[in-house]
Design a binder for this molecule. Structure first.
Ligand code: GLC
Ligand code: MG
Length: 567
């Protein structure tokens, strides 16, 4: 977009704010969020693993593509049994990633660029190598009840101790493991090396607030809260733990889906914990100034539950309970299916709270190119950025990265490696991710075609479509989403999704997405003449071309376009 067009948008924006009094919106409400997996974004020291200095050197790229805030997967001291989701010191940076000084330098650069930094906060568990756990094993003063300990049940026949309940961990196998030293079982919703902290202990909650404060003081803008549904477990009044019922899914009793997790997921106390953390952040802001600090919540839960985590008229919780609904779409999903997924969120969250966010993917899920097909990457990017609210992009989705077949050997085999491969910056050695001899995961064999540098020079590349979408997010029409009637979405045919964004006075956008592999012919879609502002690679149209929607518009298979009408 030429520079003057931005000016025009800015002027329109201020006019529309005064004319129609567009609802006030806070920065996170229509933010473009971006997840960085630090091991894989940029290596600065040639060891083949990404680090903080690397991220700092690439922050200007986030600015270039229109990112508001980036959340980093864990960077804290860790034995890396779950690549940083097993924290041995919540107050320091792992040497693989750098030092606290490197972190401070990252914050300075981020602030000067105007890119917000959000850290991963992993409260449910620590590493078993955390000194808290060691103290707890030894029943040191104050740490005795820091984790979830239990004697288990005594089997009268064998005389052996058995786990307190039939609970199965998320990564399969028992959720309880015997600790020889303490002679008790401890609970772990994830790996054995990730013992669950005991949130019914006020001391634990205090410690976690202290962790939040430590990083807020270093200048972060918020946190992505890991594994929210797993924080609390139900305990009977007599101190025992109830077995979970069989779900009817599958036949392996050691698989997570075998049981219905009614006692280990989304327990009522979690809602209050969200309020507690939000209040802490709000108070911090009241005392220290600056813009809103935010909480993203990772919860694979019903939208009704996410709504509770968001809050109600008297209590505020997490601003961005992440909406994973669009991650469940597949290559077979029609425009009607997409509308169904959008509806589920909108009929609950939007209706109750006028808020929305749309997650494209993350480090635990196959990339869009694998879930839906490479030809649908741009379509999903268009949809999440055209819908009202915040979008959440996983690094590399903006250039159409796909999963890489990673050879799995030995114990360290991770079935999630495929979506965690190095960022593809250029067609050069190691895609410019690292100048070392090798990289911790292999580069995609396709990196010479899909990379930032190459895509900058291709007008309809995924990268340029993505950038074009970000520019739209600050237009008057897109900013008016909280105004009554400022947006709508529908499947105009089984395969064509239409999203309308308007400020109802000066501009209107129509976004058309053909999810199917047939040519679609749409007659008399609207009464006005529009102009193409964006068209994906499969389109036969170009920006600036007119589209008279009172006549007919033709969409090629997998084509998405953005049309604009200006008063
Ligand atoms: C979250 C993370 C995942 C991690 C798990 C345990 O689901 O996204 O990567 O393994 O929590 O911390
Ligand atoms: Mg827990």
């Amino acid at each position: 977009m030429p520079k003057w067009a931005h000016l025009g948008l800015a002027v329109l924006l201020s006019i529309s704010t005064t004319l129609v009094g567009a609802a006030e919106i806070d920065w996170w409400e229509n933010a473009s969020l971006y997840q960085i997996y630090p091991r894989s974004f940029q290596d600065s020291d040639g060891d083949g693993i990404g680090d903080l200095k690397g991220i700092t050197s690439r922050l200007s790229y986030l600015k270039e593509i229109g990112i508001t805030a980036t959340w980093l997967s864990p960077i804290f001291t860790s034995p890396m049994s779950d690549f940083g989701y097993d924290i041995s010191n919540f107050y320091d940076i792992d040497p693989i990633f750098g030092t606290l000084d490197d972190f401070d330098a990252l914050i300075v650069e981020a602030k000067s660029l105007g890119v917000k930094i959000i850290l991963d906060f992993v409260p449910n568990h620590s590493s078993d190598e955390n000194e808290w756990f060691e103290k707890s094993v030894n029943r040191e003063d104050g740490y005795d009840d820091f984790y979830m300990w239990d004697d288990g049940k005594l089997n009268e026949e064998t005389g052996e101790r058995e786990p307190p309940s039939n609970w199965v961990s998320v990564f399969s196998g028992p959720m309880w493991t015997w600790n020889e030293k303490r002679q008790q079982f401890f609970l772990h919703q994830f790996q054995v090396k990730q013992p669950d902290l005991n949130f019914t202990n006020p001391m634990v909650r205090e410690h976690m607030l202290d962790v939040l404060k430590f990083w807020l003081d270093r200048g972060v803008d918020g946190f992505r809260i890991d594994a929210v549904p797993h924080i609390y477990e139900h305990r009977n009044a007599d101190g025992s733990y109830p077995d979970e019922p069989v779900s009817g899914w599958g036949s392996d009793p050691n698989a997570y889906d075998y049981h219905d997790h009614i006692y280990t997921k989304d327990q009522p106390a979690t809602v209050d914990l969200m309020y507690e953390w939000r209040e802490f952040l709000d108070n911090y802001r009241a005392q220290n100034g600056g813009e809103s600090r935010v909480l993203l919540a990772e919860a694979y839960s019903s939208v009704e539950t996410l709504s509770a985590y968001f809050g109600n008229s008297t209590h505020q919780g997490t601003q961005l309970p992440m909406n994973f609904q669009l991650m469940y779409l597949s290559g077979y999903s029609t425009a009607e299916d997409v509308v169904g997924s959008i509806d589920y969120w909108m009929n609950t969250m939007w209706k109750e709270h006028q808020t929305a966010n749309w997650v494209v993917g993350n480090h635990d899920t196959n990339r869009v190119a694998d879930r839906m097909g490479a030809h649908k990457v741009d379509l999903l990017n268009v949809i999440v950025n055209a819908l009202p609210g915040a979008s959440v992009t996983y690094y590399g989705e903006e250039i159409g990265m796909s999963n890489v077949d990673v050879e799995c050997t030995g114990d360290s085999c991770e079935d999630r490696d495929g979506e965690r491969t190095p960022m593809q910056w250029t067609a050069g050695k190691n895609a410019d991710f690292s100048d070392g001899e090798s990289t911790w995961l292999p580069l995609s064999p396709e990196y010479q075609r899909y990379n930032v540098q190459t895509e900058r020079g291709v007008s309809r590349s995924s990268l340029n479509i993505f950038k074009g979408l970000q520019a739209l997010k600050s237009s008057a029409a897109f900013m008016a989403f909280k105004d009554d009637g400022g947006f709508s979405y529908e499947a105009v045919t089984k395969q064509v999704l239409q999203i309308i964004r308007t400020n109802k006075i000066s501009e209107e956008y129509r976004i058309l997405v053909n999810m199917g592999n047939d040519i679609e012919i749409l007659d008399g879609l609207a009464s006005k003449t529009y102009e193409y502002v964006l068209a994906t690679a499969y389109s036969t149209h170009y920006p600036g071309q007119k589209a008279d929607l009172s006549a007919r518009i033709i969409l090629m298979p997998y084509e998405a376009v953005v049309l604009r009408w200006l008063a």
